[in-house]
Design a protein around this ligand. Structure first.
Ligand code: ADP
Ligand code: MG
Length: 252
């Protein structure tokens, strides 16, 4: 029987804030190349979960392991936040944080440069390989006709795609994406779904989402978080018809 290797394992993780258990015995496994959607009511622990994976927050108990292609495991509870992104785990926050007074192209160039530093990147010429990479990302996020636009002049949806592109420029193995369709029109939402679907396989993705129409569209495996614990996991149709899920989330 063929089975896909795991890229991330979260086992028995707890996290309290002032005695309140925001994350309670959380177990979560992500396969390589998988696109997973995480849903759950406000306060369910979704953001804290992402903070734990990116080492922004340290757990009180449990293991968080990033499984590398070379067979090694990295204990993410022992890595600094800065090093997590270097390892290939990229995160996109809910609000786009693009450099509005720079062009779309330069935003990607800055992101590609990453460690080399912003000043170096702005005042030096990119290599031909960098240029190819930037144009390939521009095509993926469908902003190739907007390369010379100022990022500040883009629509809300385009800014979100540019930010996904800025993550892509760094070739992340795992991409964490927080509510990518928030505030988007129906058409933008649909394009965002297509974009995320096109990234699975090459990248592993965890997408936090509230918009059920969007979750249906990307039709990935869905994890329902409730009180810091996995309540249910399965296909969209499976979780949406589960009585417990309806009670805590969909039925409200
Ligand atoms: P979600 O993203 O699913 O809405 P969060 O992960 O933001 O949920 O929050 C889970 C719970 O933990 C909430 O009750 C929230 O108030 C609490 N919480 C999160 N971060 C902190 C913090 N830094 N200090 C105190 N409480 C927090
Ligand atoms: Mg949140």
């Amino acid at each position: 029987e063929k089975h896909t290797p795991l890229i991330l394992s979260v086992e028995g993780v707890d996290k309290s804030f002032d005695g309140f258990k925001a994350i309670n015995d959380l177990n979560f496994y992500l396969e390589e190349g998988e696109l997973r959607t995480v849903i759950g009511p406000n306060g369910a622990g979704k953001s804290t979960f992402m903070d734990l994976i990116t080492a922004r927050t340290k757990p009180d108990a449990g293991k968080i392991q990033f499984h590398l292609d070379n067979g090694r495991d990295v204990d993410l509870t022992r890595v600094r936040e800065h090093d997590v992104s270097q390892l290939g785990i990229g995160r996109k926050f809910q609000n786009p944080t693009v450099y509005g007074s720079h062009t779309v192209y330069d935003n990607l160039k800055l992101s590609l440069a990453g460690e080399r530093g912003i000043f170096h990147s702005l005042f030096s010429r990119e290599t031909a390989a960098d240029r190819d990479k930037i144009f390939s990302v521009l095509e993926t996020i469908r902003l190739d006709k907007h390369a010379d636009y100022l990022a500040g002049a883009l629509s809300h949806g385009q800014k979100q795609w540019l930010e996904i592109g800025m993550l892509l420029a760094q070739d992340p193995k795992i991409m964490l994406v927080d509510e990518p369709a928030a505030g988007m029109s129906d058409e933008e939402t649909e394009r965002t779904g297509e974009l995320l679907l096109s990234l699975q396989g090459k990248h592993s993705l965890i997408v936090i989402e509230h918009d059920m129409e969007f979750v249906r569209q990307i039709a990935s495996r869905v994890t329902v978080l409730h009180q810091g614990h996995v309540l249910k996991e399965g296909s969209f149709d499976f979780v949406k018809s589960d009585p417990q899920v309806i009670e805590v989330y969909l039925g409200r």
